[in-house]
Design a binder for this molecule. Sequence first.
Ligand code: GRE
Ligand code: ZN
Length: 252
Amino acid sequence: FRYRQILHLALDSSPGTWPDLCQSGKRQSPIDILTDHTLKVDLGSLKFIRYDYAYSGIVTNTGHNVQITLSGIPVYVTGGGLASMFILEQLHFHWDAEHTIDGVRDALELHFVHYDKKYGNLSNASHYQNGICVVAVLFKFADDDNSDLYNILNATESVSQWVGKSSVEMQRKVVPMLLLPKDRTTYYRYDGSLTTPGCQEAVTWFILTEKLPISESQVNILRNVKTNNGTLKHNFRPTQNQHNRIIYHHLL
Ligand code: GRE
Ligand code: ZN
């Protein structure tokens, strides 16, 4: 039942695409973060390298998500107890949010997906325990628009009809740093997985604690995105069992 529910709820209507690992894995994502049960430790700050430059970007309606890829020089994240440099591959949104905090689900979650440089590319890195690092930013409903999302959401509107997977170049360049909260040094960290098939258990997750604002009409642009089977009303995976995993809480 759970299997069917996930298939139906989330992303992909074609049967058989969620491998066994998605059901039987012991470090699956997302999870509910119980803040009273986190372990406060000093893991070091995350270092966002070249996040403050402007990049040309392409927005793609993949049929299960809205994804952004940047072109030009590589962008990295390191620090936070990571053993090496991780290259930014793509950004994408989940609506509503996938990780919940003390049971509360926010409007939106932005995933900055990076792979360990030594593995060469994302799909290769997905075969290693900590080959991937995702920095997640939560967005909470606010009265006003978030103007830092205009560029991305304008492009999203132009690929929101389903004509097969389609892409558009953004009208203005993207500065990834502007999609992060001011406080980039307070985060939760835990070991988890991709939240889409095949749910590879390869991800070091960093959930930044400061949330960014987004208006309801902006979230509605995403809720309006069409796929091969109608409107993609939402694309979050339900929270998974924590299975004795430690969730670290890094505060400066
Ligand atoms: C996703 O498809 O949603 C995804 C990735 C890579 C890492 C995390 C994640 O493609 O949620
Ligand atoms: Zn994701």
